[in-house]
Design a protein around this ligand. Sequence first.
Ligand code: NAG
Ligand code: NAG
Ligand code: NAG
Ligand code: NAG
Ligand code: NAG
Ligand code: NAG
Length: 487
Amino acid sequence: MLLDSQISCHLFLMAFWIFSLFFFLFYSKCCGELITNLPGLPGNVSFKQYSGYIVTDAGHGRALFYYFVEADSADPLSLPLTLWLNGGPGCSSLGFGAFMENGPFQPGQSGVLVRNEYSWNLASNMLYVESPIGVGFSYSNTSSDYILWNDTTTAEDNLQFLVNWLEEFPKYKDSEFFITGESYAGHYIPQLAALILQHNKQPGIKPINLKSIALGNPLLDLDISVLAGDYLWAHGAISDETLMLEKTVCNDSKFLHEYVHSGWSQGCNDVFNQVGDEIGVDVPTDDLLQPICLSQSSAVQFRPKGKHGQIHAKVAKRGSIGDPCLEDRIFAYLNKPEVQKALHANTTHLPFHWAFCEGPLVYQEENWEINIIPLIADLIKDGIPVWLYSGDQDSKIPLTQTRIIANNLAKDLKLSTFEKYGNWYDKKQVGGWSRSFGSLTNGKNVTYLTFATVRGAAHEVPFTSPSQALTLFRSFLSATPLPRPQD
Ligand SMILES: *[C@@H]1O[C@H](CO)[C@@H](O)[C@H](O)[C@H]1NC(C)=O
Ligand SMILES: *[C@@H]1O[C@H](CO)[C@@H](O)[C@H](O)[C@H]1NC(C)=O
Ligand SMILES: *[C@@H]1O[C@H](CO)[C@@H](O)[C@H](O)[C@H]1NC(C)=O
Ligand SMILES: *[C@@H]1O[C@H](CO)[C@@H](O)[C@H](O)[C@H]1NC(C)=O
Ligand SMILES: *[C@@H]1O[C@H](CO)[C@@H](O)[C@H](O)[C@H]1NC(C)=O
Ligand SMILES: *[C@@H]1O[C@H](CO)[C@@H](O)[C@H](O)[C@H]1NC(C)=O
């Protein structure tokens, strides 16, 4: 009897072991790593979430961390696949994009996750990736990678990520594919899109079904995108005298060119100290309407560090209209060991904590000066429609500058106006203003360029204007004009 029970126990263990092995092979190799017990998750979530690492370079030991949220739909495969990228360079798409802007949950009080009723997974399967290495949970085992990183290597790694991710989630290979994001992703996204088109030309591969890209408050041209003097002056945030200094001594473009190269001249330093003093420390430059978080802040992640200290200090001064303390909660949440375990993150025990922007990455800052406008023109010529949208309370990349770029692009590409400048609607309220341009292609009017402002929105549009942002996202995905008053 004793022997029998021992044998059956062995058999049972063996069966269990084989089952576990298959279970492991099936789930970890084939279809990504399912999230099963995320702390604070509400009980009635009907869509699947996955997260983990995708190796982009086995030789160097490079791996990018992703969070994938299936569409909140009975048939997720009937909806498209969208990749979201935050900028920086060096900021996390998990912390900003997923948990602060347009993902399904946001950390609430006492560790619970609160549903975002305007989550973009109502309209699409959403893929967030922490890119490049050195951002959030993404890493390289080769330390020299961290100091040689730039736009080229980011785009190449992002393509490799995508190709490998689709191998792990093969059912999405046929999906219509969209890319969107904001700020420095104005570099990342067009550069990745161009590589995808190149990749698709290779013989014998399954093309990635790239449909369109959308860039929110994007850095496209350092000589245009960042000029904020007039914008700040018109909002009463700087004085007449300071505006005059920006016009005669040093403007934002010069300031950043100097920063990238030799460091600041006395003139630029003086002007921008004055700009900073007048705006004041309690108004973030990425949202002039935003209040500050008044509770005890745990924002140690924003201690300026390394070569990017200045910019990160600026990036750090953000919050939200509804809840300016959300960032602190996200920071605390993503640094909890049990959350990291549930997300299959930090499996190699990284020697630094998770942070929104600051990390071990030293990016080649000369790349800020790359003009992305010609690349966007090429994408449009290759038939990829582009949306440029702009939160109208952002003074980092003000709407006035993105509008100049959109108008110039339309003119250079000889596109005609399809939707004349006018307001668009969300829930019977004006969501912002927009204009679209296109041309006759194969006997059909095709919209190739859409410019849209989002009323009351920050640099991070979905964060402060979630309902408007979802409406905009739906129009983008369906390639239809934003709702106009008569609709
Ligand atoms: C899920 O449950 C919460 C709390 O029980 C409830 O407030 C919410 O409406 C539910 N959501 C859905 C989609 O059923
Ligand atoms: C990085 O190194 C760790 C420790 O050796 C290893 O476990 C991990 O798999 C490596 N990562 C990659 C992407 O090769
Ligand atoms: C990025 O770095 C790589 C390798 O160091 C180099 O070949 C490439 O030209 C750089 N790209 C840019 C845009 O600076
Ligand atoms: C910004 O400053 C640079 C350098 O002084 C100058 O060439 C450029 O025209 C200025 N831009 C504007 C819009 O004033
Ligand atoms: C990873 O885990 C280690 C502990 O094993 C912790 O010290 C570190 O802060 C974590 N890093 C990240 C990026 O979460
Ligand atoms: C395309 O749009 C223009 C107006 O912008 C219109 O005159 C023309 O009829 C349209 N052509 C087609 C084929 O719809």
